[in-house]
Design a protein around this ligand. Sequence first.
Ligand code: ADE
Length: 244
Amino acid sequence: MRIDILTIFPSMFAGPFDESIVKRARERGIVSIHIHDIRDWATDRHRTVDDYPYGGGPGMVMKPEPIFAATEAVLGMDERRGPIILMTPIGRLFTQEVAVELSRHQRLIIICGHYEGVDARVHHHLATDEISIGDYVLSGGELPAMVLVDAVVRLLPGAVGDPESVHRESFSDGLLEYPHYTRPADFRGWRVPEILLSGHHQEIAKWRRRQSILLTARRRPDLLARADLTPEERKWLAENLEQA
Ligand code: ADE
């Protein structure tokens, strides 16, 4: 996969993509990430990328010309095609499902918005997708772009050492993940649940699945409503949900 990120703060991206799974995926050639400074496509001496809003009001708006020029130039750098994503608080909500969908493309172009917003013509005539990472306002699209890239890259085949772990984790089956324990078996008197020390793999799998269901029911009933539970699991949940 090729990912192009268009930003007015390219130096913000030093760090997150140079560690851990994203770093390894880049080294393995699973993904290439290219950061572009939108200012390089500004045409005036001051490299202006923003201007006052028509109609008045507070703040500045990102001008369309440098963003269109940058995107068109970046499109010409590779034959692969994919969505042109604008990071914006008015976009569709980013979820694991959206991450999976995006991971199937050969290419992503991500535009990071700033200031009060981006000229609406970028929304309407350039972006093919608009994504928000949550119902809060950040000072720009850079952190959201990093969140999106991290979630997508770890889904690419070969990016994570043990692909099983990607399939088992939170949200992959619409449930929150079960609790994990490692040694010691007794830490300050808090013991690891006995079942996990038993070696009974089937019983352990059942315990974990039930823990996932219980946690999801308590913390995220919205997720549980859409999860695929067997009639037995539903019955078990009804019997156990009330207990602390
Ligand atoms: N830009 C500012 N806030 C944002 C958010 N929550 N998601 C995506 N882009 C943003």
